[in-house]
Design a protein around this ligand. Structure first.
Ligand code: 3PG
Length: 420
């Protein structure tokens, strides 16, 4: 037991069916349709291997993409292939999740077999609960189609998806209500590392927040700034652009259209409130790079621009690096631009290198942020590399993680039953 959660050491998996929820949500190279980075897959290997070698029949559930990230909502066949390559053993894949074909396949598994079901986010109940359109109790999550049909075929539930521990869904919370449940090796390791960092972050504490999915960044900024956990927030990516809009800068049609199409317009008002309250702590871009038949940098006085803003500019980078160099703790989530494209990679590359070189303790998380760190060869010099992005951010900003709560409840229930 670790932090109130049962671990793999608590069960004998031999000849048992285990539902293993992994988080192998990975960046995809859309030109080739292949995985652009397999960090999360690699990090899941020890638990998968351990369960298989213990003689479990392993049924893996995972997600890829989501409604905000629709172009990444793809089948998991390429993930199964990569798992098989890395493990050196077959990993079966079925284009079904909980229909008759999937259930039959689960029943046919033998000790040690590995099966990956298809993307759970093809299920409405998984998506509507994760974005909280539908709020269910844990007991109701246990009665969803997925859990109702799959759980009776299983003996145990193991959650290795720390990166999705902030999501309240059937595949992440529901099974723990009805099966003896444990955290996988990576789940326990990441949770432990973040607990240590959260308990006593050294100041100045700087949050570097970019990326395109800014809802999490906003909730976190509101929390860490009001609590005084963050001394500075360095904004970039769409987060930085929304800050500029909140400051009254018109960005130009192409950039504003993207912000509007992504449904981010309401964040402008939230950004205004944050800037009013914590204006000296929130840094926003003072220059930007645009795509003008190549990278071109312009100052805020040149806005609006008819070209798309793709990155932060050199002056912003220099200003942010000064803050990073003086920080004692640095949390990083979300790149400054599209780091795969040389046109828009400069901000991310320079910031990430500065973070790796800075004397402060750095924690980097999130699929894209970690993939960018791997591309620029700096991950080894970061303090802790977390597979989790949104989950890390929420946990560090003081929110409960529903999956941690579910596994703790499961541990209490299991011990009680055990004693009786
Ligand atoms: C992530 O990429 O942060 C995790 O896989 C969770 O994904 P989500 O934010 O789409 O739930």
């Amino acid at each position: 037991m670790e932090a109130g959660i049962l671990t793999l050491d608590d069960f004998d998996f031999h000849d048992k069916t285990v539902i293993l929820r992994v988080d192998i949500n990975s960046p995809i190279d859309h030109k080739t349709g292949r995985l652009a980075n397999d960090n999360r897959i690699r990090k899941s290997l020890p638990t998968i291997k351990e369960l298989s070698e213990a003689g479990a029949r392993v049924v893996m559930l995972a997600h890829q993409g989501d409604i905000e990230d629709y172009h990444n909502l793809i089948p998991l066949e390429i993930h199964a292939q990569r798992l098989a390559e890395l493990l050196g053993r077959p990993v079966a894949f079925i284009d079904d999740i909980v229909g008759p074909a999937a259930l039959q396949r689960v029943k046919e598994l033998r000790a040690g077999d590995l099966l990956l079901l298809n993307n759970v986010r093809y299920l409405t109940e998984e998506v509507s609960t994760f974005v909280q359109f539908v709020k269910l109790t844990p007991e109701q999550l246990a009665k969803t189609w997925l859990v109702r049909n799959l759980a009776p075929l299983a003996d145990y539930y193991v959650c290795e998806a720390f990166a999705a521990a902030h999501r309240y869904t059937p595949s992440l919370v529901g099974f723990a209500e009805v099966l003896p449940s444990a955290g996988g090796r990576l789940f326990i390791e990441e949770f432990g590392a973040l607990v240590r960092v959260k308990e006593n972050p050294k100041h100045p504490c700087v949050y570097v927040l970019g990326g395109a999915r800014i809802a999490d960044a906003f909730s976190m900024m509101e929390q860490v700034l009001s609590e005084g956990t963050a001394d500075y927030v360095l904004t970039s990516g769409l987060n930085g652009e929304v800050m500029l809009l909140a400051k009254g800068y018109a960005l130009g049609e192409p950039t504003e259209r993207i912000i509007h199409e992504k449904g981010l317009t309401p964040f402008v008002a939230r950004a205004q409130q944050l800037l009013q309250r914590y204006g000296d702590k929130i840094l926003y871009p003072i220059d930007v790079a645009i795509d003008d038949q190549g990278r071109k940098e312009i100052g805020l006085e040149d806005l609006p621009t008819e070209r798309l803003i793709v990155d932060i500019g050199q002056q912003t980078i220099a200003r942010y690096i000064t803050v990073i160099q003086q920080a004692a703790t640095i949390f990083v989530n979300g790149p400054a631009g599209i780091y795969e494209d040389p046109l828009s990679a400069v901000g991310t590359e320079k910031l990430w290198k500065a973070i790796a070189d800075a004397p402060g303790y750095s924690v980097i998380g999130g699929g894209d942020s970690v993939a960018a760190g791997a591309k620029f060869g700096v991950l080894e010099r970061m303090g802790y590399v977390c597979t989790s992005g949104g989950g890390m951010v929420r946990f560090l900003s003081g929110q409960e993680l529903p999956v941690v709560e579910a596994l703790r409840r499961a541990a209490q229930r299991y011990q009680k039953t055990d004693k009786e």
